[in-house]
Ligand binder design. Structure first.
Ligand code: ATP
Ligand code: MN
Length: 467
């Protein structure tokens, strides 16, 4: 039985006879001694293996290259290196799989290059760190909600509902060419579900129905948007966490969101110190590092400790209009009613408040139909949480629980086929609130990566599907 390298490095005692398995990262060799670093993905560090090359056949030696997989047994000895307590004095080595012409070399490759080898990048230090952190965050999300009495709800992936009441849908069909109605529109009555269906853009509407019986629920699953946004923050398939809570007001949901984000940060800082150290170093060694005022670790600690700033949309517009950046934005500040672009969000966070910002009470015309109308008749009880480097990380709201308000908006924008949803208001309606946290954007922030394609396995974006 082999032992994970993480366990060998943490608990291995000098003198123990052990077996390790993994992939070779580097090899250094001279006549007397060969050093291999072996990584098995269990942790950031690799195990150093020391062997005498004279004990190994020449042909085998030439196959011990970066990327090759091996089993090594031997005795743990105290390490001379500063970074690790033990190394392996190897006695027996077996090649499991060779790696001739392995495209990744033991040097820093560009992230763009590694994206073209999306199936191999799990084997690099950077992506090992990113994906172990992504796991830790996912685990901590369940922990957070479970501890607070929320129920994990599996909402439909295939759905007939369009939660945003807008386009951007991936159609799901088994027909090669759906027949057309006389008016030219597609006729899906002959299709698998006898109606038009799509991949979900949000589990919210189903979560609302569940919250009306279970009280507090959360969904955590894949979400699909066919938006042609070729940005560093948009994916066609991403993961979203959506709590929905009966009787919560907008204020309650902001408190919940801030608590969740801080819990997750605290968890990763405690559970993934080696991964964060590695990513911190990685950013420091980048050429533009001197521009940054804080290191990655300082930034995470800072966000954890500071209360988030809170402003209304109306105040945000006033700040942006008065900013000396006025006139320098790609999208100029045209006044109240305009949607905030990512550059505006980042200005508020990175230049004005210098910490995460919660923006509330947006104009109803730029927000989704289910958001609760405020007494001013112009704004809705919405909130977006904006993060440094990322912009919007959470979008949420108090939901419109008043039947007459809700049906008026739905009629106005032409939403049909949501009769089941209206039943939540017909029968025992209550105030309730929720939000959506983009997991990938949060991982982007925590890891300090700059492109969302580098925090999800096999990123799918317009024109690109790696597997
Ligand atoms: P944006 O304006 O940045 O496109 P949005 O307003 O469409 O975001 P919501 O519909 O409120 O976002 O979704 C909730 C959260 O899901 C967002 O705050 C963000 O973290 C995440 N998100 C939305 N669209 C994407 C996407 N295409 N790729 C990755 N994450 C996304
Ligand atoms: Mn969007």
């Amino acid at each position: 039985m082999h032992t994970k390298i993480k366990e060998l490095l943490q608990f291995g005692t000098v003198g123990a006879q052990v077996e390790a398995k993994g992939w070779i990262r580097t090899k250094r060799i001279n006549k007397q001694v060969m050093f291999l670093t072996l990584n098995d993905g269990s942790c950031q560090q690799s195990l150093q293996i020391v062997m005498s090359p004279s004990e190994l056949p020449k042909e085998l030696l030439s196959q011990l290259v970066t990327g090759a997989s091996v089993t090594v047994s031997g005795r743990l000895v105290a390490s001379q290196g500063a970074n690790q307590s033990v190394e392996l004095d190897g006695h027996h080595l077996t090649l499991l799989g060779n790696a001739l012409d392995y495209p990744l070399q033991p040097k820093a490759h560009s992230l763009e290059f590694l994206r073209t080898w999306a199936h191999l990048r799990f084997r690099t230090n950077t992506f090992g760190a990113v994906f172990r952190i992504r796991h830790a965050i996912s685990y901590a999300i369940h922990h957070f909600f479970h501890e607070r009495g929320f129920f994990y709800l599996h909402t439909p992936i295939i759905t007939a509902a369009d939660a945003e009441g807008a386009g951007e849908l991936f159609r799901v069909t088994t027909l090669d060419t759906p027949p057309k109605h006389p008016d030219g529109s597609m006729d899906y009555s002959a299709d698998f579900f006898h109606t038009a269906t799509n991949l979900t853009v949000s589990g919210q509407l189903a979560a609302e129905a569940a919250a009306m019986g279970l009280g507090a629920v959360y969904t955590f699953g894949p979400t699909f948007r066919a938006e042609n946004s070729n940005t560093t923050r948009h994916l066609a398939e991403f993961w979203m966490v959506e709590p929905e809570v009966a009787f919560n007001t907008l204020d309650d949901t902001i408190v919940l969101a801030e608590a969740l984000l801080k819990f997750l940060l605290d968890y990763v800082l405690k559970q993934c110190p080696d991964e964060l150290d590695f990513l911190n170093q990685r950013l420091l060694s980048h050429s533009h590092a001197e521009e940054a005022t804080m290191t990655l670790l300082e930034r995470l600690q800072f966000v954890l400790e500071q209360p988030f700033a809170r402003i209304t949309y109306t105040e945000a517009i006033a700040i942006l209009a008065a900013s000396n950046k006025h006139g320098q934005f790609v999208y100029p500040i045209t006044g109240w009613g305009m949607d905030l672009q990512s550059e505006h969000e980042r200005y508020l966070v990175e230049h004005h408040f210098k910490r995460p910002v919660v923006v509330t009470d947006y104009p109803k015309a730029i927000k989704a139909f289910y958001m609760r109308q405020n007494d001013d008749g112009k704004t809705v009880a919405a909130m977006d949480i904006l993060f440094p480097g990322v912009g919007e990380i959470i979008g949420g709201s108090q939901r419109e629980e008043r039947m007459d308000y809700l049906t008026a908006v739905m009629q106005h924008i032409g939403i049909q086929n949501l009769n089941w949803y209206l039943d939540t208001r017909r029968f025992g309606t209550i105030p309730h609130s929720g939000f959506g946290l983009g997991l990938d954007r949060f991982v982007l922030f925590v890891t300090g990566m700059e492109n969302i394609r580098d925090v999800i396995p096999f990123p799918r974006t317009p024109g690109h599907v790696p597997c």
